[in-house]
Ligand binder design. Sequence first.
Ligand code: MCA
Ligand code: AMP
Length: 492
Amino acid sequence: MSLLPLFDVSLITRAAQPALECEGGAGAFTSYTFGDLEARSNQLAHLLRARGLKPGDRLAFFLQNRIEVIDLWLAGVKLGLIVVPVNVLYRERELTHLLRDAAPMAVVTSRDLAGLIPAGVTVWEVDALTAEAGAQPKSRRAVPADADTPMALIYTSGTTGAAKGAVLTQGNFATNALTLVTAWGITAADRYLATLPLFHVHGLANGLHCWLFSGCHLRLHERFEHAKAAQWFEDYRPTLFFGVPAMFIRLLELPVERARGIGARLRLAVSGSAPLPAEVHEKFRQLYGSVILERYGMTETLMNVGNPSAGERRPGTVGLPLAHVAVRICDEADAPVPDGTSGELWVKGPNVCAGYWQRPDATAAAWRDGWFRTGDVGVRAADGYITLQGRRSDLIISGGFNIYPREIEELLLEQPGVREAAVVGMPDPVRGEVPVAYVAVDAAKFDEAATAAHLRSQFASFKQPKAFVRVEALPRTALGKVQKRLLPRWQG
Ligand code: MCA
Ligand code: AMP
């Protein structure tokens, strides 16, 4: 199963129907029909082909949410390209690694972000590209594709510090969209408020694809802004909202009368990408009268497990395996454990990616007998509901963005005066966790401000340690392994 037939349910069959409104600056919105999107992506496909892009070639985008991301994604589907979404918050070290690894023919970006792209990489400025595409034919240009056609390389941080590209196929995305639209009962009558970034699978594979397949209406914002979000809900009156827990926590700040009005129209609010605290689930229900549906996924697997749309949405759990996904919970010896016992979640199904880009070692390490080992630890209740309890590897999730401490520690150890470094997630009321760096330093050589400034130039803002806590030495086991839980608690 490839993607275009799913999208054609909207692009072709609903050509005249309003599809999308996008922020066009100064609070104004521009509207598009599905037919407009079909024509725009055909024009871009003609242009990309003329610029030499062939099936299997990589094309990256480094953009905030805007209609051109949709054009580019659809043109990529049509031409069989491998699209590489890049987080707009990434900085020098992340961009250098990712772009060297994916080796895209070009990066499509905006004027304000272009200066961040490392030298030697071809940059296509998005407004110029769109203007040039406007002169191309609107007729469809598409190549044959099937379930195995690679569609995207989406980078996800590995325990080794450097991010790996998960090779997601058209079949992975198509399965995910079909499953979610069916499970969540999304129809053309829905109105979806999109504030999640389109460079991660939550906003892209769930958000954009559920919209395109169901033919519902979408309002796309450049990014989530908590000071404006309530007004957006009131203006647009969405029936559908997908968010990370930090967004739902921000939405709890609203007075009850406004929240009730929003909640009365909100048919389905879905949370994922990080744990949703049970008390947030409950407070949101009390305030909005709407019960959040929490689900669990990964970049490598798209969605795996979810609470039911009709049925109990149990707080603190991620629900039951989705229709096409087999879930096994295993112990350290790789044997399945009985219900009620914690273990690592393994998944299998047409949603699981084809492997890591040019990393046979990492691919071999993550798969066992056809199962993908998620690294997430959880437990299954007798009635099937799964609760996540943590991770095997050292992962911090801040506002739904993943941070692998190792990546920051490696850079810290390269800085003058740093003898030892450990980065630890500390609880944060909105973002869930924030990173804090513990360092053992030679005081004469260590310059905290210079170190912080260097980190800012190299990494996304969400990876910046909120503090540097100085310690004499890191606590270690007899074998030399750092024991992060023995570090003194940071009092923010
Ligand atoms: C966030 N920031 C941005 C953007 N997004 N800056 C520019 N453009 C953006 N698009 C930065 C801000 O500059 C600020 O930096 C920080 O993020 C928080 O901003 P603030 O306005 O205070 O927002 P908040 O109320 O704290 O909320 C943060 C957020 C953000 C908007 C919810 O964390 C977010 O967009 N999260 C979504 C992550 C996501 O899509 N994850 C899905 C991964 P500073 O830090 O310097 O203050 S996919 C996944 O995990 C799997 C598969 C799954 O299951 O879904
Ligand atoms: P990513 O690498 O960005 O795809 O992040 C995937 C990780 O996010 C998973 O392995 C989980 O650890 C975490 N995650 C996603 N959804 C949830 C959820 N509902 N609750 C807890 N953790 C989640």
